[in-house]
Design a binder for this molecule. Structure first.
Ligand code: NAD
Length: 292
């Protein structure tokens, strides 16, 4: 599904040189948006830009550095004359028992996963508020909703991020729309770096579908969330869970719950404080797809 109202929107994707960020950036290009990818990895940026020459630009910056973020957003102004959609996605994780997480690691995870989201969303809002419109999508995680052993720092950063998203959404409504997308396991370079084959098998066994998402990240999720028909909601457990989709602020009775992993679709309406929309939720083997 394509969204007419995304045409020519100016999009910035942080962590856009790899994994979920790169897939999302490519989807926005497909939706006829102008897209700048921002990443701290120059080599990955070069590769992403050479393989996908239709990005409006690629900027090397560390999202946890206030100076680098400021300079990056000035460059974005120069390239696109502003920003309509920020996908604040850059993040890191390190798999360790809580007792082995030293303060340096804890601080680094918080700096990238939380300070980086704060710095980039603040820079984006500074620009969006003059035009009185904008969308911010944070890549959070199911780890920010439930407990994920061996990821105490990561989970804490993502839980804080979800609340940051809700707070900004309430503070800047109605002209700014904010969503936190919570992927489950996606086999991106981040995960490949952390998991051995045995560890993958162990985690896969705990997923209802018994495997991680291997194919492309469901990029319909960010594009749906950023199109003007989407309400300001926090979607839960999009890729892997077949069981829950219960955005806060939306009456639970309107949200169907499916407990068995089978393909089916339901049509329902969702309401937030602003409007009512009709949506179709398709439960597939590979995950949940939302269509308006
Ligand atoms: P990835 O490692 O493939 O991509 C992350 C990108 O972010 C990399 O290109 C990296 O260079 C960049 N990056 C890291 N730190 C940065 C910094 N300080 N400044 C700028 N760029 C930086 O990982 P991914 O799996 O695509 O993860 C993307 C986001 O999705 C992260 O926020 C992650 O927490 C979240 N997430 C991933 C999964 C998963 O299973 N892969 C699940 C839930 C949430």
């Amino acid at each position: 599904m394509m969204y007419d109202d995304l045409n020519d929107k100016r999009v910035v994707v942080t962590g856009g040189a790899s994994g979920i960020g790169l897939a999302t950036a490519r989807r926005f290009v497909k939706e006829s948006c102008r897209v700048v990818i921002l990443d701290r990895n120059q080599e990955a940026l070069n590769q992403a830009q050479s393989e996908h020459s239709n990005f409006a630009g690629g900027i090397r910056a560390d999202v946890s550095s206030p100076d680098e973020v400021e300079a990056a957003f000035e460059e974005i102004d120069h390239i696109m004359g502003g920003i309509d959609i920020l996908v604040s996605n850059a993040g890191i994780s390190v798999r360790k028992p809580f007792a082995n997480i030293d303060y340096d690691q804890w601080s680094e995870v918080m700096r990238v996963n939380l300070d980086g989201m704060y710095l980039c969303s603040k820079a984006a809002i500074d620009r969006m508020k003059t035009q009185r419109s904008g969308v911010i999508l944070f890549t959070a995680s199911t780890s920010g909703i439930g407990a994920s052993p061996l990821y105490a720092d990561y989970s804490a950063s993502k839980a804080a991020l979800i609340n940051l998203a809700k707070t900004i959404a309430v503070e800047y409504a109605p002209w700014l729309r904010v969503n936190a997308i919570c992927p489950g396991y996606v086999l991106t370079p981040m995960q490949k770096a952390e998991y051995t084959a045995e560890m993958l098998a162990e985690v896969n066994a705990s997923i209802p579908m018994r495997r991680r998402r291997r194919g492309p990240w469901p990029t319909s999720t960010p594009s749906f969330s950023s199109c003007c028909r989407a309400p300001s909601i926090v979607l839960r457990r999009i890729p892997n869970s077949l069981a829950s989709l219960s955005p806060p602020g939306i009456a639970p009775r309107h949200v169907p719950r499916i407990s068995s992993p089978r393909r089916c679709s339901v049509t329902c309406s969702m309401e937030d404080s602003m409007r009512k929309i009709d949506i179709k939720i398709i439960y597939r083997k590979t995950g949940v797809v939302v269509e308006v």
